[in-house]
Design a binder for this molecule. Structure first.
Ligand SMILES: [Zn+2]
Length: 92
């Protein structure tokens, strides 16, 4: 069961960080959309991978849960990210 039957693709990534302007040409590691962020993954040789806005928000949500950080912090963060993306951000 489990791990041994899962075919993992081995994404290439880069050993050096992507330039800010170049990151949009890099497909998101998770969904293939143009990336806005990069993420350094230790489990994949410490390489850099692209990540789009949506997946970045999701990953942050996962990490927050992993670290046991309060849900309200995640909520606020997601709200903020959504606001920024659509240019409707409101200052509290
Ligand atoms: Zn994505």
């Amino acid at each position: 069961m489990g791990m041994f039957h899962v075919k993992q693709k081995r994404p290439k990534g880069r050993t050096k960080p992507y330039a800010d302007r170049g990151i949009s040409r890099v497909p998101c590691l998770r969904c293939g959309k143009p990336s806005s962020w990069q993420w350094r993954c230790c489990a994949l040789g410490g390489k850099y991978f692209g990540m789009c806005d949506d997946c970045d928000v999701k990953l942050n949500g996962l990490l927050m849960r992993f670290f046991g950080i309060d849900k309200s912090v995640i909520k606020r963060y997601k709200k903020k990210m959504k606001g920024d993306k659509h240019g409707k951000s409101k200052d509290h």
